[in-house]
Design a protein around this ligand. Structure first.
Ligand code: NI
Length: 177
């Protein structure tokens, strides 16, 4: 079921979400299905449960030739529950991001270049990956939602934050989510 996405300013987006306690439950599968329907409907690269008002540490992401991200490498479709992120070096890279909770805008955001992430899928199977670049960026963006952080709070240079039409008058906006 497609669910409404909360927009920045809604206090439910500022919460520190709770850990999922039980896996492979009908409730968790239904939540993931709703998140997938909603993300697909809005052509997003990722979505976090708090964005549909659910206070749990669940994110989904995946990019497979999404026309909104023509330059992005493919990211496997993933359901990630109770994630833990660890940077693997001090390297940081900057790129454009957007967010379904901040529609119509883009910002230039620094993120760790290489991370390891661990967690579980909806069945409780362990996930453990080392990733770089756009994949690493999407995971950091989505997991920030679980701690009440939206990407504008990571923007350093506010001359590189604004409306898509103004920032990219010729078209061609990049960005995660
Ligand atoms: Ni987002």
């Amino acid at each position: 079921m497609i669910r409404p996405v909360l927009r920045m300013g809604d206090p439910r987006l500022w919460r520190k979400a709770k850990e999922v306690a039980s896996f492979a439950t009908p409730e968790l599968h239904a939540l993931v299905a709703d998140m997938q329907d909603t993300m697909r409907h809005l052509d997003g690269a990722g979505l976090a449960a708090p964005q549909i008002g659910v206070d749990l540490r669940v994110v989904i992401f995946g990019v497979d030739g999404n026309p909104r991200y023509p330059d992005a490498e493919a990211v496997p479709p993933t359901v990630l529950v109770n994630p833990v992120l660890t940077p693997l070096s001090a390297a940081v890279e900057e790129a454009w991001e957007g967010c379904l909770s901040v529609p119509g805008l883009r910002g230039w955001v620094p993120r760790w270049s290489e991370i390891r992430y661990t967690g579980f899928d909806a069945f409780g199977r362990r996930i453990d990956r080392r990733v770089t670049g756009f994949h690493a960026r999407v995971v950091q963006h989505e997991c920030d939602h679980l701690d009440g952080i939206l990407y504008p709070m990571r923007v350093v240079d506010f001359t590189r934050f604004g409306f898509v039409e103004e920032l990219f008058p010729g078209g061609g906006a990049g960005g995660a989510e």
